[in-house]
Design a protein around this ligand. Structure first.
Ligand code: ATR
Length: 277
């Protein structure tokens, strides 16, 4: 059955595994998808998205860096998770042609950490590096999942402050300066939500804030995660996890929104893991 046209928008985007994941989910239900990658020029993101959704059969899109905030802004309506984070990784065309924004990043990351990697987040002191579109989606979900504290550190401090202010629980979610990372204390969960790895930029991190039993989690995968994962190894982190599982989980939520069917994520995750290493 032909299920319509889908795409993932990003810049860069050629690394994306989203097309393969959605095609693998579709095969589980005998669906045929047209799912493509679209490298949108940043200044023309909104018009590129509108042109895609103006096509016959266009039904949904995933959105990755650096467009998650812009995707939220251009939608006509949004889910609660998109609204509270101000960012969206899923756009869906409604029957009347309007666009709805969703954010499945937070739910996907928490499901990956707790179900797949068996991490009980309750009581954890978490450090979030970055405060862009991906961080905004995941921060709220970590709070919901019961982390004891969430410290947000961003290269541009005002974005971290805005995220902590939006969460509005100053005793749990607060910010520190990037320059103070070497004197900031230690953490049980360290999340790399920066786009440095994907953009090929250096991420210069000290080692002292990695606690004895810390999990280091990168929201990226493949080459984009390599730098942070290598740093985590040198820092002696107990558990080191990339964002492949999160990607598969967030894709499953998008798939269910678009097709009304819940795909099995484990077989797709294991197949991609075997190839990625
Ligand atoms: P995403 O959707 O991946 O979150 P984004 O919204 O463009 O993409 O956000 C990128 C994040 O990575 C931001 O927090 C950015 O920091 P700034 O707000 O200061 O720009 C962070 N980032 C990107 N490159 C970085 C680098 N080389 N070092 C540290 N942080 C970086």
């Amino acid at each position: 059955m032909q299920a319509g046209q889908f795409a993932v928008f990003g810049h860069p985007i050629s690394h994306s595994l989203s097309p393969r994941i959605h095609q693998a989910f579709a095969r589980q239900f005998g669906l045929e998808l047209d799912y493509r990658t679209i490298d949108a020029e940043p200044a023309r993101f909104a018009e590129t998205v509108r042109a895609f959704f103006a096509e016959d059969g266009a039904r949904g899109a995933n959105v990755t860096l650096p467009f998650k905030n812009a995707a939220f802004m251009l939608a006509d309506e949004c889910s609660e998770a998109a609204k509270r984070s101000g960012s969206a990784n899923v756009l869906t065309r409604l029957a009347d042609g309007r666009l709805a924004a969703h954010n499945t990043d937070g739910a996907g990351a928490v499901r990956d950490l707790t179900d797949r990697h068996q991490l009980d987040l309750r009581g954890h002191d978490a450090l979030m590096l970055g405060a862009g579109g991906a961080a905004q989606g995941v921060a709220w979900a970590l709070i919901d999942a019961g982390v004891r504290t969430l410290t947000i550190v961003n290269r541009s401090p005002e974005k971290a402050d805005a995220l902590a202010d939006a969460i509005g629980e100053p005793a749990r979610a607060h910010t520190r300066y990037w320059e103070d990372l070497d004197t900031i204390g230690s953490f049980d969960l360290i999340i790399n939500a920066t786009s440095a790895g994907v953009l090929g930029a250096p991420l210069d991190l000290p080692f002292g804030f990695v606690g004895n039993r810390a999990t280091c989690y990168d929201l990226s995968y493949g080459k984009g995660a390599a730098q942070f994962l290598a740093w985590a190894k040198v820092a002696n982190a107990k558990f080191i996890v990339d964002g492949l599982g999160m990607l598969v989980e967030t894709a499953a939520d998008a798939f269910e929104l678009w097709h009304g069917k819940r795909p099995e994520t484990d077989p797709v995750y294991h197949e991609l893991r075997a190839q990625l290493g």
